[in-house]
Ligand binder design. Structure first.
Ligand code: FEO
Length: 420
């Protein structure tokens, strides 16, 4: 490091904006130096963040070298730099980039300005991304391969290349002597909390499940492999790059094992929109029909719902029934958007159906079916009604509920009590 760390403009910022997270040493020589984002309510201009988030960055001081593991979102660079200043860090030897996405890598260029001696340590794919995304010069990198290690003096970093959680270049860093796994996004949660460690597991479970549903669910196959690869690693602490640190790793590892398993629950998710009440009446009747049969029904009115709640429900439901009126011969645009999301998230759902209404005709069913290309599902006969639902339409909904019941009895968890 040349000279003292100065965060340009920091002194001019109001205190509330500057001091968002204090430095915490949570094991000897290992510090949490990241930032809490209490106010952020949307990620990627898409994902709701009801509880804010954090961008965790960790400083590891060995006897000879100092490493910074991941950085923070550029909007919070002042917090990271201020934290390093508070610790009196005069030199950083390595900046470990576990992931190229900007909420973790975006402050690397600023760190390199302040600590020009630092090398960015990452894999080849991540290096290629960082050169393109952040214009970091090639000569700033130290490229590692799976299993490579870096000694800091009494602290050894081991790198585990773990692609597709959730980008192709993702990797984990394991601190051998302290048995800490730094998996970046993987196993994390969007939760702003002043507690460094998980204190309320029920709360963190919800946030981590939401995070898994929104970001990790499409990558279940990769996750399965990576969980298997780290199975025999001795892990005392998991320190992700979003949300609290796990002092009891089994808590989050067992939750992930459950979410990625092939098990589904006796639940039907019903994303729906209604314009003049016909589809609404059908959804009401159908929800009641499912409840009578002992099936959990989760309707989501797409004009009001938080998409994260819908994504969470998709993690383990056995069935999805999409409900839409007909607009300009197709599904309502809000249904198109939700169906696109369902298809992109690739849940382990086994059964799908479509219900809804029309005035004079259309291709709503064909269009919705055509959007579900990634799902490996059996599609039940849709129930589509002209105008307002009549007795025979309601009977068709009963038949659909019966069919779902029959299938769920065979494939959902055995402890479910079905109403006969
Ligand atoms: Fe938290 Fe993929 O970034």
């Amino acid at each position: 490091m040349t000279g003292s760390v100065q965060c340009v403009g920091l002194e001019k910022m109001p205190l509330k904006r500057r001091i968002k997270m204090s430095v915490k040493e949570f094991k000897h020589g290992i510090y949490s130096v990241g930032a809490i984002d209490w106010d952020r309510r949307l990620f990627d201009e898409l994902i709701p963040l009801p509880d804010g988030t954090s961008y965790n960055s960790y400083l590891v001081k060995g006897k000879k070298k100092v490493a910074l593991i991941d950085t923070v979102d550029p909007t919070k660079e002042y917090t990271l730099i201020n934290n390093l200043e508070k610790l009196g860090i005069k030199s950083i030897d390595y900046v470990i980039a576990n992931h190229g996405e900007q909420d973790h890598s975006g402050t690397i260029p600023r760190i390199l300005e302040l600590y020009p001696e630092a090398k960015v340590v990452t894999n080849q794919k991540c290096k290629d991304l960082l050169v393109e995304l952040l214009l970091i010069p090639e000569e700033k990198f130290l490229v590692i391969k799976n299993g490579d290690t870096l000694s800091l003096g009494g602290k050894t970093l081991e790198f585990i290349i773990a692609p597709w959680v959730h980008w192709p270049e993702t990797m984990f860093t394991y601190l051998r002597e302290d048995k800490i796994l730094f998996p970046c996004d993987f196993l994390g949660s969007h939760l702003a909390s002043s507690d460094l460690f998980v204190t309320d597991e029920a709360k963190v479970y919800e946030s981590a499940k939401r995070y898994y549903a929104e970001i990790m669910m499409p990558f279940r196959t990769s996750i399965k492999k990576h969980l298997e690869r780290i199975k025999d690693l001795e892990i005392d602490i998991i320190a992700p790059s979003h949300g609290p640190v796990y002092p009891r790793p089994e808590f989050i590892l067992s939750a992930y094992r459950d979410w990625i398993s092939e098990e589904v629950k006796n639940e039907v998710i019903i994303p729906y929109v209604s314009m003049h009440g016909s589809t609404d009446k059908m959804v009401d009747y159908f929800v009641d029909a499912l409840i009578k049969r002992g099936i959990t029904a989760k309707p989501f009115n797409l004009t009001k719902t938080d998409l994260g709640e819908l994504a969470m429900a998709l993690v383990d439901a056995a069935s999805i029934v999409i409900a839409s009126p007909t607009v300009l011969v197709g599904p309502h645009p809000a249904v198109v958007s939700a169906t696109y999301l369902v298809n992109a998230l690739r849940p382990k759902t086994r059964f799908v159906s479509i219900i809804g209404s029309y005035g004079w005709g259309g291709k709503m069913v064909e269009q919705i079916k055509g959007m579900l290309t990634t799902l490996k599902v059996e599609i039940f006969e849709p129930v589509i009604v002209k105008g307002y639902p009549k007795d025979e339409d309601l009977k068709a909904l009963d038949r659909l509920a019966d069919e779902i019941l029959k299938k769920h009895k065979h494939i959902t968890k055995k402890e479910v009590n079905y109403i006969k």
